[in-house]
Design a protein around this ligand. Sequence first.
Ligand code: SME
Length: 164
Amino acid sequence: MSSSAEPVTPQTRHDLYATVLQETAHLISGVDDLVANLANVAALLRQRFGFFWVGFYLLRGDRLVLGPFQGNPACVYLERPRGVCWAAVLRESPVVVANVHEFPGHIACDPESKSEIVVPLKDRAGRIRGVLDVDSDRFGAFDEEDARWLNRLAEVLVPVWGED
Ligand code: SME
């Protein structure tokens, strides 16, 4: 999370994530447009958590391409298999990086970024379509509890990929 926010207690974090999950479901309900949905969800996450950078990368062949986000301008193309985002895609599970300088191949879009969490996003068929990426300007901002909650968020986001 951002250094601008006070560290949250476990209960506060639980309540915050639980609320954000509900708000996300409400935001995307009835909206049949990927960009609109991801843009609104990025804005919601930034607003609720004060994340330093939060956004989506979309899987396009052997590249991840920048999608809707909130924060500083970021790298547009992430080439397979380098970086934290690709690690999450290839492992098909969340990747929590307490210190980005210690992650081999980490792609530094912003020198202020110090820790990161990336969660793969799947469609109804179970195919990975992209990732949710959150960066912090503090070391160790994310843990396995964040990974569990953001995985639940990924489940809430399944409808944004449509039927096919
Ligand atoms: N750090 C990521 C690149 C995306 S930025 O964090 C916005 C990575 O290593 O894949």
